[in-house]
Design a protein around this ligand. Structure first.
Ligand SMILES: [Zn+2]
Length: 269
């Protein structure tokens, strides 16, 4: 039988996943994954990400090969600029599938789509790990970091340069659609706020050490003071919602524009 090196196995992994290899290669890759733990782990990562991206973006228009390559290159460069090589390798595999996601994405936006995909799969740890990479505050948390990054650490940058002499320097702040996606990612993906016309649902994706948080939400001209807390050890358990002292049926907070201040508590049991 054809015995593969790790490099050869990894080069074939995407096609193996999609069962597009000739039968003999399909068998050789499967055999390699059975005995090689690092490759098996890389394959599992890739499988999760592919499934997640597909789930996050059903029916998106496909990109041309050139567009997909451009996006992939910019994302990989972006991740390299963040100095995390092992993640760069994973991301490169992952963005083989960018054409399933979106037409015409910039690098930061593509990373946010990845964060949302991990969160959609329930993998809070990885979603926050990636968010840590794109969080601009992290780039300027030391004098040396600020000198390298140079731009404002409180706005999202569309790019972080990966080529000398500007390696690690931010670019296109205030000027990027990434900021809008970052806002959605934080509000909808991490804090888990889902507005459905005149109702709110909650599906937070938070690190385990978060125990509670407060939201001030304005519905038209009516203010809602909402406290979310977990009494159990998970953020995805059953919910009990109390609005102005009375428990609500179902995991839904009804909203009304009566211009009175309302108080709500959402408990994750
Ligand atoms: Zn291997």
């Amino acid at each position: 039988m054809n015995v593969l090196t790790c490099t050869a196995a990894r080069r074939r992994m995407g096609a193996f996943h999609d069962e597009e290899l000739p039968v003999s290669d399909q068998i050789a890759v499967r055999a390699h994954l059975e005995w090689c733990d690092p490759c098996a782990a890389a394959y599992e990562d890739m499988r999760l990400v592919r499934d997640g991206l597909r789930a996050a973006a059903p029916g998106r228009q496909a990109l041309t090969v050139e567009e997909a390559t451009t996006i992939r290159t910019s994302v990989v460069n972006r991740v390299r600029a963040e100095h995390t090589w092992s993640l760069a390798v994973r991301m490169r595999d992952m963005f083989d599938d960018m054409h399933f996601v979106y037409a015409g994405l910039g690098a930061t936006v593509a990373m946010m789509v990845s964060v949302m995909a991990f969160a959609a799969m329930g993998d809070a740890r990885r979603a926050w790990e990636l968010f840590d990479l794109i969080n601009p505050v992290r780039h300027a948390d030391s004098p040396a970091g600020a000198a390298r990054y140079k731009v404002e650490p409180y706005v999202i940058a569309a790019d972080v340069y990966s080529v000398p002499p500007h390696t690690g320097r931010g670019g296109w702040t205030w000027y990027t659609g990434s900021a809008g996606w970052a806002y959605r990612m934080i509000i909808e993906t991490f804090l888990g706020l889902k507005l459905e016309v005149d109702k709110l649902r909650f599906a937070p994706c938070l690190p385990p050490d978060w125990k509670s948080f407060k939201l001030h939400y304005r519905y038209r001209e009516t203010h809602y003071r909402i406290t979310l807390l977990r009494t159990g050890d998970r953020w995805d358990g059953p919910q009990k919602i109390v609005l102005d002292g009375s428990e609500q049926p179902g995991a839904i907070l009804p909203l009304q524009g009566d211009r009175r201040e309302h108080h709500a508590e959402v408990q994750f049991l």
